[in-house]
Design a protein around this ligand. Structure first.
Ligand SMILES: [Zn+2]
Length: 112
């Protein structure tokens, strides 16, 4: 004969997480007891595209930025957050370096 009990788990989610707390609760067992928080993806488009001298404008591809982090149900972070740049996983340190490098390149592109 088995013994069964029912218990309540409080789910603490960062304000930026797009996952419903109930979905976290339903997935808790499959995720090994941690919550995987997802921020809503930031999608970057440029309808103006690339201007090409003497030819048609070329379309710009969409670019996406996202992030996930793991925590206990009580909200204690577990490990490092992962940042997604168009699907590529980078660390927070790498993302900071990429952001700084981008600003340098943008300054050159605006005033070559
Ligand atoms: Zn969450």
């Amino acid at each position: 004969m088995s013994r069964t009990t029912t218990t309540t788990v409080s789910i603490t989610c960062p304000h930026w997480c797009r996952i419903e707390p109930q979905a976290h609760a339903d997935d808790l067992w499959n995720q090994g007891g941690v919550l995987v928080h997802h921020m809503p993806e930031i999608r970057i488009n440029d309808a103006g595209g690339f201007e090409q001298a003497g030819s048609d404008t070329l379309p710009a591809a969409e670019f996406s930025i996202g992030m996930t982090s793991l925590s206990t149900p009580g909200g204690r972070l577990q490990g490092s957050s992962v940042i997604y740049l168009d699907g590529h996983e980078v660390t927070v340190d790498q993302a900071e370096q990429i952001a700084a490098a981008l600003l340098e390149v943008i300054a050159l592109a605006k005033a070559p």
